[in-house]
Write a protein that binds this ligand. Structure first.
Ligand code: NOJ
Ligand code: MG
Length: 526
């Protein structure tokens, strides 16, 4: 028996940028509700919403000041309940974003913790004395630049923050923290959410003794501070298993809820987050497509290595975009983005699609005075400016692309008048139409949704594989390059091609030529 999170497709919404309903230029819950029909027409199964909890927005919601509330910019708890009901009424699952590694410095827990060394919540965060000669307790760096330690004059100690100083790290070795955070998860499960994406899960436990991290021999001038050191003692510690198991035990008390871990680790470490006997997260995010060179050889190797690394019973997943990384259409271009869509939606495992990628949003440089991303502001010109992939969703060619009646919090992409959902919905040749076709095929063919995978050709720019289930056999062939490619495939019926003027069906199967940037799906008889 497969679960919805295995056969289904997940769609990520960055709530500030999806749809504004009240004219403040910031997307909100009512806005998401108003756009649910886009997701239904697209054919995805679940929506994951980046954080919507009360937050000072130092990191746009990844600094949570109350784990069981809704930020007024996004709406009210009643709006949330309405959204959840509206999603469920359409057969869509809804996932929230849980941020366990750190809270906001304005969370009452941290306010108490910093108030005095003797405060009962002192040990809810990570406080250390200065190094013997003064200065930070160790050499750890923040992901957003500079030391990961902030000095608190009043108490004479430093606190740890792997991200902004406004995001103090919680102490997950403290059972009271674990209990309080699990209570927060329970609150949302009880309200009916279908699961969580869990922020920076691999960082949540640090080495108990806080040793210095070793330096990274590959660091060069122009790279981010975080890469100066190897994360030997600040990440992926053995005790994380206990945390993950506790979260999973809670999720298992409910019906078919899913836990997805944000984990940037190589496959051999990534797959340990499935947990002993599969008792960890259901889906440790597989981010390799976000950073792989876009060649047939590199992608074939990823598929082989990933499949080989998966423990028995572990369900795979693939991610092509998110709110932190350059968009696929920017990386590979619009023509190849069509091939990438076929890849994402025909690989074995749960796909996660980032809002805007279905219409080929690229992201563009933002005028310096409009940059809002704290990472880009702290390491300008070095760190990726995440604003580029957080620009408002263009819905149509009305003012502000139908995103807001006010001033959008980030500029719209320059091509919104032509690249928008309404225009592409009306155009069978569009990238959006291709996504709809692919998601429709995925629902129709068990071979695509839940079948097995095997590589059948990796030659030049061609990557071909088959997906099989029961008596069904589909062959997918991708041309990752810009020249004609010749390949021999089993004879079959053409179910889909990314070309808008396909060559005659009779030419498919056998010795065939794939056009530049072409991907096809064939149904092959056994
Ligand atoms: C990962 C999130 O995806 C990113 O947007 C955020 O800045 C960091 N975690 C810190 O929470
Ligand atoms: Mg709004």
């Amino acid at each position: 028996m497969t679960s919805w999170w295995q056969s289904g497709t997940i769609y990520q919404v960055y709530p500030r940028s999806f749809q504004d309903s009240d004219g403040d230029g910031i997307g909100d819950l009512k806005g998401i509700e108003a756009r649910l029909d886009h997701l239904v027409a697209l054919g995805v199964d679940a929506v994951w919403i980046s954080p919507i909890f009360p937050s000072p927005m130092a990191d746009f919601g990844y600094d949570v000041a109350d784990y069981t509330g809704i930020d007024p910019r996004f709406g009210t708890i009643a709006d949330f309940d309405d959204l959840l009901a509206a999603a469920h009424a359409r057969g869509l699952k809804l996932l929230l974003d849980f941020v366990p590694n750190h809270s906001s410095s304005e969370h009452p827990w941290f306010q108490a913790s910093r108030s005095a060394r003797t405060d009962p919540k002192r040990d809810w965060y990570i406080w250390r004395d200065p190094a013997p000669g003064g200065g930070p307790p160790n050499n750890w760096q923040s992901f957003f630049g500079g030391s990961a330690w902030e000095y608190d004059k009043a108490s004479g100690q430093y606190y740890l923050h792997l991200f902004l100083k406004e995001q103090p790290d919680l102490n997950w070795r403290n059972p009271a923290v674990q209990a309080a955070m699990l209570d927060a998860m329970r609150f949302w499960f009880d309200r009916g959410v279908d699961g969580f994406r869990i922020d920076v899960l691999w960082l949540a436990i640090k080495h108990a003794d806080f040793p210095d991290n070793p330096s990274n021999p590959d660091w060069r001038e122009g790279m981010q501070d975080i890469d100066r050191l190897l994360p030997t003692h600040s990440a992926d510690q053995p005790e994380i298993t206990g945390v993950v198991t506790a979260m999973r035990t809670l999720a298992d008390q409910y019906d078919e809820r899913v836990l997805i871990g944000e984990i940037y680790l190589p496959f051999d470490r990534l797959v340990t987050y499935y947990g002993p006997d599969g008792g960890g997260v259901h889906l440790p995010f597989n981010f390799e497509l976000l950073q792989t060179p876009w060649t047939a050889q590199a992608i074939a190797r990823l598929i082989t290595d990933y499949e080989a690394a998966l423990p028995p019973g572990a369900w795979p997943n693939w991610v092509l975009g998110n709110h932190d990384k350059p968009r696929i259409a920017a990386r590979v271009g619009q023509a190849q983005a069509r091939v990438a869509a076929v890849l994402l939606l025909t690989l074995r495992g749960t796909p996660t699609l980032y809002a805007g990628d279905e219409i080929g949003m690229t992201g563009e440089p933002i005028p310096t005075d409009r940059i809002r991303d704290p990472q880009a502001l702290r390491e300008p010109g070095i760190a990726f400016n995440r604003d580029e992939v957080r620009m408002p969703m263009p819905w149509n060619d009305s003012p502000n692309a139908g995103f807001t009646t006010g001033e959008p919090w980030l500029p719209l992409g320059s091509d919104w008048r032509t690249r928008n959902v309404a225009a592409q919905a009306a155009d069978p040749a569009s990238l959006l139409a291709l996504h709809r076709d692919l998601l429709h095929l995925r629902r129709k063919h068990a071979a695509l949704a839940t079948g097995d995978i095997a590589l059948i050709a990796v030659e030049g720019d061609v990557l071909a594989y088959e997906r099989t289930a029961d008596d069904e056999r589909l062959v997918i062939a991708l041309n990752l390059g810009t020249t004609d490619q010749h390949v021999t495939l089993p004879e079959g019926e053409l179910l889909l091609t990314t070309l808008n003027e396909p060559v005659p069906e009779a030419d498919r199967g056998g010795e065939i030529t794939l056009a530049p940037d072409e991907a096809i799906i064939l149904r092959v008889s056994r």
